[in-house]
Design a protein around this ligand. Structure first.
Ligand code: NAP
Length: 217
């Protein structure tokens, strides 16, 4: 965990203007996550994207995940050598339930009050954001970048975005992102049955999963 503190210190020392925060369970990280972050970086002109693995995702408390250490190591392999990608161990170090409003407050403290913080999210998460703890603070104080994946519900999303903009005056930006029909659930199911994940996750991550016997019953 000392290592994580060092990472966060580097973040603080190299403040950039526009920062994307991609929070996730990353169980495991896959090319859908990487592509979402890359598209956000390029299309919105972010200076960096910080990946923040959750200790315990509030809506997934009943699910068993790979340990935080394993999920973090896989993320490190996935973002290695990618310009503009960083990882914060904030939620893993805080332990317990990872509430996004606390994380975003912490990122603002770390990056300074003038930093422009964009929470990057897929549609499923965004559609439920009004149920997140302290959602009104989240929606008033921060901006959002929404990416989609095949099968997303455009009408429901439009309705939700327009309601949130009306109530909270939230800045919400849309990506025209690469459509990748990939989910961590599908990857875990394949791995449980001993089927390689194919080209859904970076090769180094697949090797790590095999070496550590993750996601096998
Ligand atoms: P995840 O499954 O690891 O996914 C991370 C993000 O990547 C999600 O926004 C997801 O979109 C997106 N994504 C995954 N596959 C994609 C693909 N193929 N193409 C495009 N986008 C893709 O993470 P999670 O468990 O949903 O958690 C997301 C974040 O929400 C975390 O930071 C978590 O702590 C936060 N959260 C907070 C609260 C709270 O504060 N109360 C409650 C719930 C979640 P989708 O949303 O569409 O899956």
């Amino acid at each position: 965990m000392e290592k994580g503190r060092a990472t966060d210190k580097v973040v603080a020392e190299t403040v950039s203007e526009k920062t994307g925060i991609l929070g996730g369970t990353f169980d495991p990280v896959h090319l859908g996550h990487i592509s979402l972050a890359q598209d956000a970086l390029e299309q919105i002109g972010l200076d960096r994207v910080i990946f923040i693995p959750a200790a315990q995702q509030p809506f997934k408390l009943d699910r068993k995940t790979a340990s935080g250490e394993h999920r973090l190591e896989m993320l490190k392999l996935a973002v290695k050598d990618r310009r503009g990608f960083e990882i914060s161990e904030y939620e893993l170090q805080e332990k317990g339930i990872s509430y996004t409003y606390l994380t975003m407050r912490a990122m603002r403290r770390l990056l300074g009050k003038d930093a422009r913080l964009y929470f990057i999210t897929g549609t499923d998460s965004f559609l439920k954001i009004e149920k997140w703890k302290n959602s009104s603070e989240l929606l008033r104080e921060f901006s959002y970048i929404i990416g989609t994946r095949p099968g997303y519900r455009q009408e429901e999303l439009d309705e939700c975005v327009s309601r949130i903009r009306d109530i909270y005056n939230t800045e919400i930006l849309f990506l025209n992102n690469t459509q990748l029909d990939i989910s961590s659930t599908e990857i875990r199911e394949r791995l449980e049955r001993g089927i390689p994940s194919g080209d859904l996750i970076p090769a180094e991550v697949e090797r790590y999963i095999t070496e550590h016997g993750l996601y096998r019953n």
